[in-house]
Design a protein around this ligand. Structure first.
Ligand code: GLA
Length: 381
């Protein structure tokens, strides 16, 4: 399947873990539509682990848990589709899923067939309980082939947590997104840890195989299955901005049925979403604008070329105490001061304009754990 921008949607795992059922999925579908999130691009509704019975049926097929999904998965998929959304499910390369339900090892073709019959549009494929005799790369290739053989377009989401140098082989498997990190938790500490993994692998992103930094924790507020103390609003903004800037899939992880206004305002920031979904998918680059006082690792600045000629800028303050300031000269970001261009700079979180003076953009007071994200509109004069 060709996927030309980072997928957006929602996944059950971060908040609900094993506490999922048909009613919840239907309510999530309703809320995606009614809140306006669907219209902003959040289109995949993905059921994660713990949806099946512990045993396959006599024909070797996966069976939905009868208490959680009494009408079967086709009925759930039909409901999700009736709302104009896409339906995602979960399985695993191993004999069991991470939570101990049947995995797809040696059942790849029958499972792919089952998912296709149910109307699945997205398969998350985890990495637990894998066979020692089969390399991860082979397991992913096998499921990818099995999915294609169904004839249905199914987005293939690999979830091997970056293990076994996933980045060296994942784009040979047909996976459309790939998890580069271990599991996120609802804490600033974890966000920082995942950011450093992203840095280690060079913030890379492949065509048709997007680097997945894991589901979003925005709005979880210390509750739900992956709770770990929660984050402040500023930290959620920094996390969301980073994921968006680096082209990660944007999969909501909070309970949207119960989201507060601030959560919605973060998740629905169109300007930030546009940077994530920009059609050229250019990789951001690190700016050489470090403040003499502060290590640039702690407060990095990045720029990213956008498809219409605009430039996105972002500064992330990962330090705990230091408020930082940054400046960027136009020539650092490919805007030659001698070429007659008209540039305007918009702060994508406050909406305010920022002045360019002496061909320099000065960004003041980036507070600890906060970020600043700008779009420079560039017009020829
Ligand atoms: C792994 C994955 C998570 C989630 C759980 C389900 O830990 O990385 O995203 O899917 O399994 O058991």
């Amino acid at each position: 399947m060709m996927v030309n921008k980072p997928p957006m949607g929602i996944n059950t795992w971060n908040t609900f873990g094993s506490k999922i059922d048909e009613k919840l999925i239907m309510q999530m579908a309703d809320t995606l539509v009614e809140s306006g999130l669907k219209d902003l691009g959040y289109e995949y509704l993905v059921i994660d682990d713990c949806w099946s019975q512990k045993k396959r049926d006599k024909d070797g097929r996966l069976v939905p848990d009868k208490n959680k999904f009494p009408n079967g998965m086709k009925a759930v998929a039909d409901y999700v589709h009736s709302k104009g959304l896409k339906f995602g499910m979960y399985s695993c390369v191993g004999t069991m899923t991470c939570a101990g339900y049947p995995g797809s090892y040696r059942h790849e073709y029958i499972d792919a067939q089952t998912f296709a019959e149910w109307g699945v549009d997205f398969l998350k494929y985890d990495y637990c309980y894998r066979s020692k005799s089969t390399a991860g790369v082979e397991s992913y290739r096998k499921m990818s082939t099995a999915l294609k053989a169904t004839g249905r377009d199914i987005l293939f989401s690999a979830c091997s947590w970056g293990h076994d140098d996933t980045h060296k082989w994942i784009d040979t498997t047909g996976a459309n997104i790939w998890r580069a990190t271990t599991d996120i938790k609802d804490s600033w500490k974890k966000v920082k840890e995942l950011v450093s993994v992203s840095n280690e692998i060079g913030n890379l992103n492949f065509i048709n195989c997007f680097t997945d930094l894991d589901m979003l924790i925005v709005g979880m507020r210390g509750m739900g299955f992956c709770a770990e103390g929660g984050c402040t609003d500023d930290e959620y903004i920094t996390h969301f901005s980073y994921w968006a800037f680096f082209g990660s899939p944007l999969m909501i992880g909070c309970d949207i049925r119960d989201m507060d206004e601030k959560t919605f305002s973060i998740l629905s920031n169109k300007d930030i979403i546009e940077i994530n979904q920009d059609s050229e998918l250019n990789r951001p680059y690190l700016l050489r604008c470090s403040d003499a006082m502060i290590d640039k690792i702690e407060v990095p600045g990045y720029a990213k070329q956008l498809s219409n000629g605009d430039i996105a800028l972002a500064f992330f303050n990962f330090s705990d105490e230091k408020t930082a300031s940054r400046y960027v000269t136009l020539d650092m970001i490919g805007l030659d001061a001698d070429i007659p261009l008209e540039c305007t700079v918009k702060d994508l979180w406050s909406g305010e304009a920022l002045e360019i003076s002496n061909d320099t953009i000065r960004v003041e007071k980036i507070e600890p754990h906060c970020c600043k994200v700008y779009r420079i509109s560039v017009k020829a004069v």
